[in-house]
Design a protein around this ligand. Structure first.
Ligand SMILES: *Cc1c(COP(=O)(O)O)cnc(C)c1O
Length: 221
């Protein structure tokens, strides 16, 4: 069933849109089933859970960290993580860089923007992000690679609101690309869209959709 769900989604994705299979709270067996169906990118939101899964599952899996990352836990994921979606402060980016130097690797990151109406979600405001990018200090962090932006839309049935939020992030992506990343081909990812809103996200220009429930079923918390 997991394999069927996965293949159905993959059939719907246009060229240039990749799938992050969000496996948080699901056991290794579920991930293995998706793996056998060809999926290699998995998303997790807890540092320890991702570590345990990384240790026990095939080494060619690309682990994406999609949760809220605390600075004191950065060191546990830096050695192997393939993309960190939720960079929401300069301090966190600096911390990732520090541990990346120690680990002898360059870590791919996305800047998270707060586009939803809910206060509970994380991320830079557009202005905070502009200020950080303008300030320029981030350019000296040579063991992190800023590959694009990430955002979560409001959790609402009002599709127009969701579309508006995704478009605002896509607009900001183009602004950032032109202003700060024009000479950086690695800045190309726009991570947006989950089970209930990935069609709207793709229409607005998403390149990475993060889908859990539609593949693995409801999570047991
Ligand atoms: C859990 C989670 C998802 C996946 O949500 P589904 O509704 O199960 O598809 C996507 N992105 C983030 C940041 C998440 O925490």
């Amino acid at each position: 069933m997991i394999a069927d769900n996965l293949l159905q989604i993959l059939k719907e994705l246009p060229q240039g849109v990749r799938l992050v299979a969000v496996s948080k709270f699901h056991p290794n067996e579920a991930i293995e089933e998706a793996y056998r169906a060809g999926q290699r990118i998995f998303g997790e939101s807890k540092v320890q859970e991702m570590g345990t899964k990384h240790d026990s599952l095939p080494k060619d899996i690309e682990w994406h960290f999609i949760g809220h990352l605390q600075t004191n836990k950065v060191k546990y994921i830096v050695p192997y993580v393939s993309l960190i979606h939720g960079i929401d402060s300069y301090r966190l980016l600096e911390e990732v860089n520090k541990h990346a130097v120690k680990a002898g690797r360059t870590v791919n990151c996305l800047l998270q923007l707060h586009i939803a109406q809910e206060e509970t979600k994380f991320g830079f405001s557009f202005q905070e992000c502009r200020d950080m990018l303008d300030e320029g200090q981030w350019k000296s962090l040579d063991h992190v690679r800023v590959c694009g932006l990430m955002g979560m839309a409001s959790n609402t049935d009002r599709t127009e609101q969701v579309r508006k939020e995704f478009r605002s992030l896509a607009d900001f992506f183009h602004e950032a690309k032109d202003k700060w990343f024009a000479d950086m081909p690695c800045f190309k990812e726009l991570s947006m869209g989950m089970t209930h809103d990935y069609h709207e996200a793709i229409a607005a220009g998403s390149t990475l959709v993060r889908i859990g429930t539609r593949i693995f079923g409801e999570r047991q918390y």
